[in-house]
Design a protein around this ligand. Structure first.
Ligand code: AMP
Length: 587
């Protein structure tokens, strides 16, 4: 079908007056201080995310409004702002009674259950730093992150503990307490752990928020790079100003919205926009505890009267694949805005939204390090399908080129490819990588934060994603570091060397593909391939493990010994091999 390059918006496309009506005027008048003035704050210039998201509403007119509606397997449970205040007070008291203090790290490993949300917000109240783990991680990524983050507490479920944590517990000496959520509310009795429900029942529901400052740490989000261990991106309570502004402008939240963010809180979207931003704006959030299911998702959009929906390209492609017939079994009169993040959103997906849901999908861009949405298509913008949109108020974005002296300078000409950079200083910018000052410093060149993404800006100021500047892999919206996968494969006795790439995939963006060479005495065969796939899956978990493994006699390396993943990828895809002058034994 021939479709125009631009979807023009008119007043008829807007169900409510948009929060960002005049882009140029709002950007010109914008100041972060004005946003901070919208926050309640704590006495003495202090700030705590839990106060802004929960306490402020719990003592006002929103006290009895549902903050979350949890859709479980068998039932639905609403938690009001007032109840969320009491539950999070209890959890903060649990931490206090265990001697867990301000700045200590609590790790979280669970599905989207109410306890997860209570734990995050209760930890903020206690000044404890939260580090969420993805529940589909295997034991190895879990151990790596808890060790790097020197976790003092882990909150998880009995099932996940027994499957993934019990066997690595001995490797985690900093972990003083493990709090377990029992299956279907049952009390747990696992040696070396505590039952969360029992502790909650014994705790008081009154708590004075620990007076954190805007620069105190709130969240530690692990993300992957090309080399080395995962990086712990440190975020602060002051980031809440970005969550407030982006909840308003990028997600266009209005008080009466029913909002559904499908992201898992094991990743940054699930905390910034699955927990913090909607609560700041006093809306009701839907939380689906189940895994993806096309029929179920359409039913939720319909029955829960979702008005603002924030989802991801892989999910949209899976809905597209399931066919429009299922979508047509339902109707979506309440739905007024759909946004997507995490990977490139194909123009067909933008149009599919318009044709099937009656609304185009609005792509937006950000990353773990930015803490919040930076570039977006908002309800009043014309959409250029395939573009990530324009920088939000308060955000300066540019395409930069590196000069020979290492400095960078913005490229003024339109449609030129280069690295996407952001002018430093927005409130939710990471404050460092835990114990990795050098890597953090490398993210900046003068006043610019370098994103590691390649992009272009067109003459109208719209940004277009081109690709990653490094070797990290984006699979189903999850960032995967090739080094972590290679290391797990190398632990198998048959593997001499491993190189891991992202192989383009229509559904999930990229799948993890590994190339291995074998040690002397091992034969490449189907049985060994299956064994290696199983080995990796057991160690890394389904979300990270390779889906394909090929054997090679040896892997291409640079003269300095680094595996040339770029070359492996070019060969896999039948693309030109590019500059191979550094190839060991090469030209
Ligand atoms: P993460 O830190 O895991 O959230 O991953 C961030 C990365 O995901 C970005 O640096 C991009 O490479 C990619 N990404 C996020 N949003 C988009 C988008 N709208 N279009 C293309 N890539 C995106």
């Amino acid at each position: 079908m021939d479709r125009p390059a631009i979807i023009r918006k008119t007043a008829a496309d807007l169900r409510l007056p948009p929060n960002l009506a005049d882009y140029a005027a709002t950007r010109a008048a914008f100041s972060w201080d004005a946003v901070r003035a919208e926050l309640a704050g704590l006495p003495g210039g202090r700030l705590n995310i839990a106060h802004e998201t929960v306490e402020r509403h719990a003592v006002g007119p929103l006290r009895d409004k549902a903050a979350f509606r949890f859709l479980g397997a068998h039932d639905t449970r609403d938690i009001t702002y007032g109840e969320l205040s009491r539950l999070t007070n209890r959890f903060a008291n649990v931490l206090k009674s265990l001697g867990v203090g301000k700045g200590e790290r609590l790790f979280l490993l669970s599905g989207r259950i109410p306890e997860l949300y209570v734990t995050v917000l209760g930890s903020f109240k206690n000044g404890t730093v939260v580090s969420p783990l993805f529940s589909a991680f295997g034991p190895e990524p879990i151990a790596t992150r808890i060790k790097l983050g020197e976790g003092a507490v882990l909150v998880t479920t009995e099932l996940l503990y027994e499957r993934k944590v019990a066997k690595i517990r001995g490797e985690l000496p900093t972990l003083r307490h493990v709090l377990l959520v029992g299956e279907e509310g049952r009390a747990t009795n696992v040696p070396g752990t505590l039952d969360l429900a029992t502790l909650m029942a014994q705790a008081s529901d009154e708590f004075d928020i620990v007076p954190t400052g805007p620069e105190d740490l709130s969240l530690l989000h692990f993300t992957s790079g090309t080399t080395g261990t995962p990086k712990g991106a440190m975020h602060v309570h002051g980031a809440v100003a970005t969550h407030w502004a982006t909840g308003k402008y990028a997600l266009d939240l209005h008080a009466e919205d029913i909002y559904w963010c499908t992201a898992d809180p094991g990743w940054v979207t699930g905390t910034s926009y699955g927990i913090i931003a909607p609560l700041l704006h006093g809306v009701t959030s839907i939380v689906d505890e189940a895994d993806f299911d096309a029929e179920r998702w359409y039913r939720i959009l319909d029955e829960q009267k979702v008005s603002v929906w924030y989802t991801a390209p892989t999910a949209i492609r899976m809905l597209m694949k399931a066919g429009a017939e299922i979508a047509k079994k339902h109707s979506y009169p309440a739905l007024r805005f759909v946004a997507s993040v995490g990977e490139p959103l194909n123009p067909e997906a933008v149009w599919w939204g318009k044709e099937v849901l009656g609304l185009p999908i609005h792509d937006n861009w950000w990353q773990t390090e930015t803490g919040g949405i930076m570039i977006a298509n908002t309800p009043a913008f014309d959409i250029k399908p395939g573009s990530m949109g324009r920088p939000l108020p308060g955000i300066e974005a540019a395409i930069v080129k590196k000069e020979s002296d290492g400095k960078v300078s913005p490229v003024d000409t339109a449609d030129t490819e280069g690295e996407l950079a952001l002018k430093r200083g927005w409130p939710s910018m990471l404050r460092g990588y835990l114990h990795n000052e050098e890597r953090y410093r490398k993210c900046f060149a003068g006043e610019w934060y370098l994103t590691g993404d390649l992009a272009k800006r067109d003459a109208d100021g719209y940004f277009w994603f081109v690709g990653r500047a490094d070797d990290v892999i984006k699979s189903a919206g999850h960032l995967i570091g090739p080094f972590e996968v290679e290391s797990a494969l190398m632990e198998h006795p048959a593997v001499a060397e491993a190189g891991v790439i992202g192989k383009p995939d229509e559904m999930v963006g990229e799948v993890v593909k590994a190339f291995v060479s074998l040690k002397k005495g091992f034969e490449a065969c189907e049985a060994l391939r299956m064994e290696l796939l199983g080995h990796a899956r057991k160690k890394l978990g389904a979300a990270v493990a390779p889906k394909e493994i090929d054997f090679l006699p040896s892997l291409p390396r640079t003269r300095s010994g680094k595996i040339m993943r770029r070359l492996l990828k070019a060969r896999e895809l039948g693309l030109p091999e590019g500059d191979t002058s550094t190839l060991e034994g090469g030209a």
